[in-house]
Design a protein around this ligand. Structure first.
Ligand code: HEC
Length: 320
């Protein structure tokens, strides 16, 4: 299953904010760097790290990467919705992180992190050394300035999102030094097919979008079932419903569920089967629906959930 930096970060903030690595993070190791796409290597890439040098930035100079969040599995379209007059608009917040990270590739002595905490401690130290390299800091700013979205405004309204720095600092203490975050909020306006095209300094990405039309009646019907005290979903998926499982809340977000087509979503909440064919067995996740219309109404409501960004900000503000 694809996971997102925001959700990963959230799990880290909520379960272990800056605690030593005794928590259950085995599966989350090295996620800070693992999703990045390299856009520029360090010139001295490939040289052996000198184990005598104390400065870890000298051992592992900066390469520039981009973390394109909210990006579908390559080759798959991304599914959203639109419904005239709905109170909660169908939206996505798409953050792009342009970051300087240590270039570990082909280097002897590259660290192997036991857990995310260790990785973060390393990155905090490395970032303090990185900011001494003014040429590279300038390059990072240039790359961030070169970033552009191209989007069909007939389908989508596009607004800038200013990510509150103190919230991001909670998640990644080194972010101000090494990252430039460019986030936009896209609100879907019309059904149809279009694409988002982020461009960065010569590289470009294409994110196909399928925007489906739903009705207010469907959203209402889906919502009623969602909150039904016996057959509903909110008993696990509402905010704070499952202690230590805020994941179930943030997964019901427009962007997270956009990886599923309508049919795949139905297959998951009805038969607990992922698009890969894998069956989800951690909880009983088989839910009966009286008619196909009821299933479709649930889809309309699920896609109408807030973007994960908004939910995570909400959870972080609650924690304060
Ligand atoms: C008993 C608790 C519980 C109930 C009730 C429940 N869910 Fe879930 N659901 C979960 C958990 C836990 C996950 C996380 C699955 C995972 O780890 O991938 C999940 C995940 C999901 C996902 C996302 C799958 C993914 O990619 O992670 C969807 C969609 C979903 N549930 C829909 C529903 C709907 C719709 C209902 C109500 C009809 C519902 N769920 C009721 C516990 C529940």
């Amino acid at each position: 299953m694809q996971r997102y930096l925001w959700s990963t970060a959230l799990a880290s903030v909520l379960s272990s904010a800056c605690q030593p690595p005794t928590v259950t993070m085995e599966k989350r190791d090295s996620q800070v760097l693992s999703r990045a796409i390299v856009i520029e290597r360090s010139e001295s890439s490939g040289a052996d790290a000198n184990p005598q040098v104390d400065n870890i930035y000298q051992k592992f100079p900066a390469k520039f990467v981009v973390f394109p969040e909210n990006r579908p599995v390559p080759g798959n379209p991304y599914y959203f919705g639109v419904a005239a007059g709905s109170e909660q608009p169908y939206q996505i917040v798409a953050p792009y992180y342009i970051a300087a990270v240590p270039d570990f590739d082909n280097r002897i002595g590259a660290p192997v992190f036991q857990n995310r905490y260790d990785e973060e401690q390393f990155l905090i130290k490395w970032s303090e050394e990185f900011v001494q390299d003014t040429v590279k800091v300038k390059r990072l700013d240039e790359l961030a300035k070169s970033f552009r979205w191209q989007i069909d405004s007939n389908f989508v309204r596009d607004e800038e999102v200013v990510i509150q720095p103190e919230l991001l600092a909670n998640i990644q203490p080194y972010y101000k030094k090494t990252q430039r975050v460019l986030a936009r909020r896209f609100t879907f306006l019309a059904p149809g097919h279009t694409q988002l095209m982020p461009r960065l300094d010569g590289t470009e990405d294409t994110i196909p979008l399928v925007i489906q039309e739903y009705t207010l009646a469907q959203i209402e019907a889906g919502k009623a079932r969602y909150f039904d005290p016996t057959t509903g979903c909110a008993k696990c998926h509402a905010k704070g419903a499952l202690p230590n499982l805020e994941d179930a809340y943030t997964r019901h977000s427009s962007d997270y569920l956009a990886n599923y087509s309508d049919a795949q979503l139905i297959e998951f909440f009805k038969n607990a089967t992922f698009p890969s064919g894998e069956v989800f067995e951690a909880v009983d996740h088989v839910h009966a629906f009286a008619t196909p219309e009821d299933e479709q109404a649930m889809v309309a409501y699920l896609r109408n959930q807030k973007p994960s960004y908004d939910k995570i900000v909400e959870l972080l503000l609650d924690k304060k």
